[in-house]
Design a protein around this ligand. Structure first.
Ligand SMILES: Cc1cc2nc3c(=O)[nH]c(=O)nc-3n(C[C@H](O)[C@H](O)[C@H](O)COP(=O)(O)OP(=O)(O)OC[C@H]3O[C@@H](n4cnc5c(N)ncnc54)[C@H](O)[C@@H]3O)c2cc1C
Length: 451
């Protein structure tokens, strides 16, 4: 079990070599790599222990390259394939050097995670689908996170939960002073270097409103509420150069009845190809080019975000509901379309007209909506991440607006993902990117303090 360290006991005495801010997958990989590089490492996690680990808690799988079948992934998935797929989503608008670094390390990151305690599911032994591009942590993302925390603890990394870094100031004579709020009290940590792994900037409603307008008030945030962008602001205030577009994001349809934050993957609505989607006026809405592929969920998030009230409804009949994946929240059901409309507070005539139109030529894999009972899911856009962050170089050092770089300030994970992903996404890339760049940041920070 990882021990929580109280700030006052150790931090008033010590000058840490490396302080890692954020205990998600990037922060854990950075902390472990720095410790293995010989550094005395402090890890600050804003969330309480039960919610530690950021969004990798919700993760299912992560991408890796391999030339031959491995124990935990069948067939092959080459670096050239990953390069081509990445290019198909990012185009030329990406940092080539960092992209190549990611592709190169996507080969070895799995071995590194396994060597640090992560167990992976063997293909064909569980309930996970065939995938040659991705590996599945055994027990899910939460088990992976727990394993890495156990390793961090065993290596002697000093971990604090409920410990939010609130400011970052240059210390006199070099290094940094990090102000931390922990258990309602403020304290300070002195450190030779800082690795910021505090996640992207999507979980602050005020920030979302500022960048996406008032429509963002109707959104839900699929991940941790603790990744609120404060550290990104602090890095920019420290001269760091922002990168990407603060007004573009990855979003998928989620159940509107789920929690505002941290609903994870279980509130995602995946059965859209089986039915009809209407807006709150009962009018049918569609997305050009969205079919049955899982990657097409991401086309629906922005479409729902553009609907009046940022809400839409998936309507199914008994047959399509029987084919749909089970959902965390049971659908709203009714014996007739007009009763369903009343339950959803939609205009019954408008809904019936949309269904009649749909039934004339059902789209995708759908049936006509004809067999009672009828069912519906209310859906909102669920934000996964924003394509905005801080610029870094190939050592994960934060780059200033004038092109110079901080020697002793590093950033890794979603906070710098926009260096590679300024648009689009590939399934399973978030964890790989965060683990790979976290590991590099930790190695480089340890190298820096060793001189
Ligand atoms: C619902 C969901 C499902 C996903 N599924 C997958 C998947 O299957 N495969 C995949 O590859 N990717 C997936 N992703 C993306 C992936 O989880 C992320 O890319 C990855 O976890 C990012 O890791 P990170 O460490 O950079 O940031 P985060 O996971 O956001 O972690 C940041 C950490 O920093 C802490 N923190 C924030 N501010 C402070 C502060 N001021 N002081 C101290 N600590 C702070 C937070 O508490 C948090 O623990 C998913 C994301 C979501 C939201």
């Amino acid at each position: 079990m990882a021990q929580a360290h109280h700030l006052d006991r150790i931090d008033r005495i010590l000058l840490w070599d490396v302080t890692v801010i954020g205990g998600g997958i990037a922060g854990l990989c950075a902390a472990i790599a720095a410790r293995r590089g010989g550094a005395a490492v402090r890890l600050l996690e804003a969330a309480p222990r039960a919610l530690r680990g950021g969004n990798a808690r919700h993760g299912r799988n992560f991408r890796l390259t391999h030339e031959t079948p491995l124990d935990y992934v069948p067939d092959r998935y080459t670096a050239d394939e990953l390069r081509a797929e990445l290019r198909s989503v990012t185009g030329d608008d990406t940092d080539r050097a960092l992209t190549e670094l990611l592709i190169e390390r996507a080969h070895s990151i799995t071995g590194w995670l396994v060597a640090h305690g992560v167990h992976l599911q063997l293909p064909g032994t569980g309930v996970m689908p065939y995938s040659r591009r991705t590996a599945f942590p055994l027990g899910g993302g939460k088990a992976m996170i727990n394993a890495l925390y156990a390793t961090a603890d065993r290596l002697g990394i000093a971990i604090s939960y409920d410990s939010e870094a609130r400011s970052l100031l240059r210390s006199e004579g070099g290094g940094w002073t990090v102000s931390v709020r922990s258990a309602g009290a403020d304290d300070q940590i002195r450190t030779r270097s800082v690795v910021v792994c505090a996640g992207g900037a999507g979980a602050d409603p005020a920030w979302l409103r500022e960048n996406f307008g008032s429509a963002a008030e109707g959104w839900m945030v699929r991940g941790t509420p603790y990744a609120d962008g404060r550290l990104l602001d602090l890095l920019i205030a420290a001269g760091g150069c922002p990168i990407g577009d603060a007004a573009t994001c990855h979003a998928v349809p989620v159940d509107a009845r789920g929690p505002q934050f941290d609903g994870g993957i279980v509130t995602r609505i995946t059965s859209i190809p089986l039915g009809l989607v209407v807006d709150r006026c009962g009018a049918r809405i569609d997305v050009a080019g969205a079919g049955v592929l899982p990657t097409h969920y991401a086309k629906w998030g922005p479409r729902i975000a553009a609907c009046p009230g940022q809400i839409a409804y998936l309507v199914l009949d008994a047959r399509s509901l029987a084919r749909a994946a089970p959902s965390a929240l049971a659908p709203i059901t009714a014996p007739t379309i007009s009763e369903l409309a009343v339950a959803l507070q939609l205009d019954p005539a408008a809904l019936q007209a949309s269904i009649d139109h749909f039934n004339a030529a059902p789209a995708n894999a759908a049936h006509a909506i004809a067999v009672p009972p009828f069912a519906a899911y209310p859906m909102r856009p669920g934000l996964t991440f924003v394509h905005f962050g801080i610029k870094v170089d190939a050592t994960m050092r934060v780059v200033r607006a004038d092109g110079s770089r901080h020697d002793d300030l590093f950033a890794a994970g979603m906070i710098m993902a926009a260096n590679v992903l300024r648009r689009g996404y590939l399934a399973g890339l978030g964890i790989t990117l965060s683990a790979v760049f976290g590991q590099i940041a930790g190695e480089e920070a340890a190298r820096h303090v060793r001189g």
